[in-house]
Write a protein that binds this ligand. Structure first.
Ligand code: FAD
Length: 414
């Protein structure tokens, strides 16, 4: 006589029950680690973090690597070193969220359920967004500081150049650190000036916006910087096509519709950027974001439709610049509101849109632009005039901020 099958036996293909965590964080970059550290400090015990990468990057240093001012190794740590003790590291890539079932699926087919979800997987670089860019980048004079492995190549190109045409471009749409596409142009020009070859090099800076920077006082300062180096600034202009073998870049002026082909010896290109595809097409994407970023209340950092979901950093659809500095101010707000929810209280902490852009303008010079959602100045050093190029600010960027990042922010202390 055969015994009756149990439920488990009669449904051999049924998926195993999701593994549950009180807090599930997707992404162990700047935002994910900062939030995890703060939640641990607040005493939460059941925190899991999905992150497939073995290396954690401090991306702001990539600009200085490309400008020959820092070694690449200064910008990285093994991921295992930055994950706060007590946080469970799931070395997996998230591939889908079901906010109704409160689950996240991964590339290996596992499913995790959550009490609260923090989305921090950053953004995607769309190298195919400009025809010809994907195949051209990384050789024959084309580089990008937006890839860690290519930042040293940027410096090699700058260092070797003695004459010819250098082109620096920025795509339209939100990008991480909106200042980075032009900072590298200033660092390159300053290096050529020091070498005495600046006069032999035609430098073109093509930016999609109508001004060099959206805060007027910094736009004026940057205009002076560009003038000092003799840089040809093309506003409302972007790279729309690239022919790597021919070393030809098509720059399209959106104001006039005119497309010009420029033959370059060096091209620093920044790819268009968008939300990761698995989120852009899903129920958490903001219909108001053409790039698929996650719908996020600009002040509480909570998803308005699914209050147990929070987002911060580059993936969040917020009307401010995407920077690590913004994450530093977002994380404490998000954590306060998440903890309030766990205690049945309303989300009252508010993020004001603070962001900051350290605008490196020369080998040892920098402006520090800090502002909020209304583009009002939000200076961290109100006693210093950071709208002028300053040497102390450059030292802050090169040495102070990486310390603050690795020892303060990632440990939930700053
Ligand atoms: C060249 C350059 C210069 C910059 N300069 C500055 C600057 O001067 N100042 C400043 O404040 N900011 C600067 N930034 C921007 C800053 O680095 C980012 O805004 C910041 O890192 C955003 O943090 P994040 O956690 O949202 O994303 P990230 O730090 O990019 O982290 C995202 C993490 O999610 C992981 N991930 C991705 N997909 C998945 C998935 N499906 N599942 C699980 N994990 C996933 C990734 O591996 C990564 O570890 C710069 C950036 C660049 C590229």
């Amino acid at each position: 006589m055969t015994r009756p099958a149990t439920d488990a036996e009669s449904a051999p293909s049924a998926a195993p029950a999701p593994v549950h965590h009180q807090i599930l964080i997707v992404g162990g970059g700047t935002a994910g680690i900062t939030v995890a550290a703060r939640l641990r400090r607040a005493g939460l015990r059941d925190i899991a973090l999905l992150e497939p990468a073995e290396t954690h990057w401090y991306q702001p240093l990539w600009t200085l690597v490309g400008g020959g001012q820092a070694p690449l190794r200064a910008a990285l740590r093994p991921e295992a070193e930055v994950i706060p003790p007590g946080v469970r590291w799931l070395r997996e890539r998230a591939t889908a969220v079901d906010p109704v079932a409160r689950t996240v699926s991964t590339a290996t087919g596992r499913v995790f359920s959550y009490g609260r979800l923090v989305l921090a997987p950053g953004l995607s670089l769309d190298w195919d967004g400009v025809p010809g860019l994907a195949s051209a980048v990384g050789h024959d004079g084309v580089s990008s500081n937006y890839r860690a492995d290519l930042a040293p190549y940027t410096w090699e190109l700058i260092r070797r150049m003695r004459s010819g045409t250098a082109v620096f471009t920025m795509p339209s749409g939100p990008v991480k650190c909106g200042g980075a596409p032009q900072k590298i142009a200033y660092l390159a020009a300053d290096h050529w000036r020091k070498r005495g070859v600046l006069g032999n090099i035609r430098t073109i800076l093509a930016l999609p916006e109508p001004t060099l920077f959206k805060v007027p006082v910094f736009a004026r300062a940057l205009e002076q910087t560009a003038r000092r180096y003799g840089i040809e600034v093309r506003l409302q202009t972007e790279l729309t096509r690239l022919d790597g073998p021919e070393r030809a870049a098509v720059l399209t002026d959106h104001a006039t519709g005119r497309a010009e082909t420029v033959h370059y010896d060096l091209l620093h290109a920044v790819p268009p950027q968008r939300a990761p595809r698995w989120l852009a097409g899903g129920p958490l994407a903001d219909p108001g974001s053409p790039h698929g970023y996650v719908k996020t209340d600009p002040h509480t950092l909570q998803n308005p439709d699914f209050p147990e979901v929070f987002a911060l950093g580059d993936v969040a659809h917020l009307p401010t610049s995407k920077t690590g500095a913004a994450v530093r101010k977002q994380a404490p707000v998000l954590v306060t509101n998440l903890l309030a929810g766990l205690r049945g209280r309303p989300a009252t902490a508010r993020y004001d849109g603070y962001t900051s852009c350290p605008l490196v303008t020369a080998r040892h010079k920098m402006l520090l632009a800090e502002f909020d959602y209304d583009l009002r100045p939000a200076p961290s050093f109100p006693f210093l005039d950071t709208t002028r190029e300053r040497t102390d600010m450059w030292f802050l960027k090169r040495y102070g901020l990486p310390q603050l990042y690795f020892q303060g922010m990632l440990k939930g202390r700053a």
